[in-house]
Design a binder for this molecule. Sequence first.
Ligand SMILES: [Zn+2]
Length: 202
Amino acid sequence: MQINVRFLDKRILKYFYEEKEWIERIHFLRKSFDYHKNVNILMFDSVDELSRFKGKKVPPWVIGTYEENSIIILDYKLWKDRGVGTFNQILVHELAHVIIHNSTKYPCPIWINEGMAMYFARQIVSDQDTEDICDFEDIYKIDFSNPNIYRISSYVINLIITKYGIDNTILRLKTASEFYNDYIFGKDNVNKLLLQIRNSKI
Ligand SMILES: [Zn+2]
């Protein structure tokens, strides 16, 4: 199975092959987007080193990020016990960002980008806890200053994928020229989907 990732650090190989089941998941992600270009994976020893590489200050909580065709990840031993996910989960999350970045015509809104990355990385959030935080007017106004951004994004993307299917969702993501008024990703459709869920619970 061809996954086209270049491990630029020996440590990555070790971590990667400890969870072989994710090879299948990488394959599914690449096939879903029909994106097969090589992606480099680099590993760093500290957030400072990562900041120097990026040429800008990276927030201290960051464990992974991405660029054009590279994933940049902190050594797993530094965040293994933080409860944020396994090594390959974070790797697949960042790989999804790389692929979305290179597959979309227009810049992908934050919530779609994060929600899709969490979907492919199987970073599952509980529906029950999340419904309460989905009382926003406009999902496009939510940014990283909102501590619930990942949960909200994941919840809404799952609603969309359940309704339209993964292939239609990705096709739309790749071809949409504008998201805000889109019939799938648009603000009004998101509010409609959330309302349907709320009404079905009454
Ligand atoms: Zn992300």
